[in-house]
Design a protein around this ligand. Structure first.
Ligand code: NAG
Ligand code: NAG
Ligand code: NAG
Ligand code: NAG
Length: 381
């Protein structure tokens, strides 16, 4: 991938940079930049706070959600996992149970009858260590003690390197579990609004277009967004179709009566909160294309993962403040369905579905290395 090419010089540069401790700006954010792109991060959750790219007029636009005040992230009662890394096992563990080598382990139920993002001691709530920082890259690391997320044993050491180059944001994660076999599955939980909430005609995300050219299939989920085991195939023009045409709006199926309850919540969740499989994509192919006519910005995802979660922000309730770089005078809040999270990851709850053949891949043990790699390339229509 493009990312591995950039990672090498970054590692080589590390020795010279470590001597002087990497420093954040006055606002507490670490900045990296390259042509056409500027990104800011904080150690809390290894979170991306701001991502500036150019719109169709060449103006800088901050296309991800976040807060101006970095001290608000740990306090935010909603904690939507804004652009951070949940771990050590992302998304749901069905009924808070999994079996490994004949032993059944119980994990914390923090999302109805399931475990979400490893429970209440998840990585997105921890202050990671900054281990390297150059002009165009930053590395964070996390040391996750055995059983710190209940029911997942063995020390895990994880790290993420973010780098930028030519309008591209690269993300590379690695983790090892030197002592025990453990569930290990990561993602970057990135929330986008490519208009920076500045479209005066709509605060909703429905006029963004989404193209998933290799994603005819999706995991069928129950009312709590937990996969049932069944794999569905989208109908062209149907509610789960984002593959048949390159310019389908995220809200193309809004007139379908099922849309209002399409992501569960007892019929209360409108839009999407599900997993789309990426099938037979050539290496380095663009597997997700998100764009918006208003700003003219396009965002292309390349990933080594087998699918993406698409969540259209139904549970944003209008209480969270927008950053000063976003919104209009009249619009200062993150309202319902005004953003989209796109999270590249392995099959949701794959440790509980041997029929998918992902159990082995979602368990990492001594002598093995978990890795995850993606990049977002920005352009204009
Ligand atoms: C993550 O951990 C924090 C701190 O323990 C907790 O308050 C939060 O609910 C957890 N997040 C989820 C999704 O469970
Ligand atoms: C950061 O590094 C210190 C010193 O090595 C270590 O004690 C701490 O656990 C690390 N923090 C995390 C989140 O890994
Ligand atoms: C893991 O933690 C949970 C609760 O925090 C505890 O009940 C359980 O016994 C622990 N398991 C091990 C193997 O230490
Ligand atoms: C959304 O797109 C449709 C179709 O192009 C267009 O008719 C409509 O005006 C757009 N709405 C907003 C609020 O941008």
């Amino acid at each position: 991938m493009r990312c591995s090419i950039v990672a090498l010089p970054v590692l080589a540069a590390a020795t010279s940079v470590v001597a002087q401790a990497p420093k954040p700006g006055e606002d507490g954010k670490y900045t990296i930049s390259s042509s056409g792109i500027r990104a800011q991060f904080i150690p809390y959750g290894a979170t991306l706070t701001n991502l500036f790219v150019e719109d169709k007029n060449g103006e800088e636009v901050d296309v991800v959600l976040g807060y101006d005040d970095i001290n608000y992230y740990p306090k935010d009662p909603g904690h939507p996992v804004y652009n951070s890394i949940p771990g050590r096992y992302v998304n749901r563990i069905g009924k808070g149970k999994y079996t490994l080598d004949g032993t059944t382990y119980t994990t914390e139920l923090n999302d109805g009858s399931n475990t979400l993002h490893s429970g209440t001691n998840n990585w997105s709530y921890r202050v990671w260590n900054v281990t390297d920082h150059t002009e165009d890259s930053i590395t964070f690391s996390v040391r996750d003690a055995s059983n710190s997320s209940q029911g997942m044993l063995g020390l895990v050491e994880g790290q993420v390197t973010y780098s930028v180059s030519d309008s591209t944001w690269n993300i590379k994660m690695e983790a090892t579990s030197p002592d025990e076999k453990t569930p290990l599955m990561l993602t970057h939980h990135t929330y986008f609004n490519l208009d920076a909430f500045k479209n005066p005609d709509t605060q909703k995300i429905w006029n963004h277009t989404l193209y998933l050219p290799y994603s005819k299939r999706y995991l069928v989920a129950d009312d709590g967004a937990l996969p049932t085991g069944k794999i569905g195939t989208a109908e062209p023009g149907g509610i789960d179709d984002f593959f048949s045409e390159p310019d389908l709006f995220l809200g193309h199926a809004r007139s379908d009566p099922k849309f209002a309850g399409n992501c569960g919540g007892g019929g209360a969740c409108e839009g999407y909160n599900g997993y789309f499989l990426i099938d037979d994509a050539p290496k380095d192919a663009v597997v997700v294309k998100l764009s918006s006519g208003f700003s003219g910005i396009t965002a292309d995802l390349r990933t080594d993962q087998l699918g993406v979660v698409v969540y259209s922000c139904n549970w944003m309730d209008g209480t969270a403040d927008l950053k000063s770089t976003q919104g209009t005078k009249a619009n200062r809040k993150v309202v319902r369905s005004s953003c989209v999270a796109i999270e590249a990851q392995d099959y949701v709850d794959g440790i509980n579905h041997p029929e998918w053949g992902r159990v082995e891949k979602q368990i990492t043990g001594p002598g093995q290395k978990y890795s995850w790699e993606s990049s977002w390339t920005f352009g204009t229509l």
